[in-house]
Design a protein around this ligand. Structure first.
Ligand code: RP5
Length: 174
């Protein structure tokens, strides 16, 4: 159900090998079929779980577990707002088009990821502040929760990834 990757995933509609049919009638049929398939909810993920470091994975796993228990498909990506700003922008800007409905963003220290994600999508973003080696996680909590008006992040507790998964489920099932 989940898919763990640190690489940006291809987006958009898959095209047939060889570039598609040359016959215009066949091409029109293919277009109709492709259009019909875009209407069908195949097995695309509905929640994107992103985090600032691969070292955050153990802390973020409860979010995925909660979603699995709710039968909600999700994907997992590692991308840092500071180290991979372009990857974060592209992922979040394409998220709605790819069928995602909620983004869960976890990060520690100066946790910019939830806020930056929210800046690049109008999907609901749930922030998970992750406990670091200093400041008891307050650094990440304040970074995630103190968003300017108009760019909301729904922030759960420090290391509260389970609630992020549960909340994502409630949003999707509302
Ligand atoms: C944040 O900095 C990450 O989310 C992580 O919690 C923290 C430390 O990152 P690493 O040095 O472990 O990669 O961006």
């Amino acid at each position: 159900m989940s898919e763990i990757s640190e690489e940006p995933q291809p987006t958009g509609t898959a095209t047939p090998a060889g570039g598609g049919p040359a016959d215009p009638t066949e091409a029109a049929t293919m277009a109709t079929v492709e259009e019909a398939f875009t209407e069908i909810d195949v097995d695309e993920p509905h929640v994107g779980i992103i985090m600032g470091s691969k070292n955050d994975k153990p802390k973020m796993e409860p979010a995925g577990k909660a979603l699995e228990e709710l039968g909600i498909r999700y994907e997992v990506r590692v991308m840092s707002a500071h180290r991979d700003p372009e990857m974060v922008r592209e992922y979040c800007q394409n998220a709605r088009m790819r069928g995602l409905k909620v983004i869960i963003a976890g990060a520690g220290m100066s946790a910019a990821l939830p806020g930056v994600a929210a800046a690049h999508t109008d999907l609901p973003v749930i922030g998970v502040p992750i406990l670091g080696k200093s400041l008891g996680g307050l650094d990440a909590l304040l970074s995630a929760v103190q968003m300017p008006p108009g760019i909301p992040v729904a922030c759960v507790a420090i290391d509260g990834a389970k609630n992020a998964g549960v909340l994502a489920g409630r949003i999707i099932n509302a």
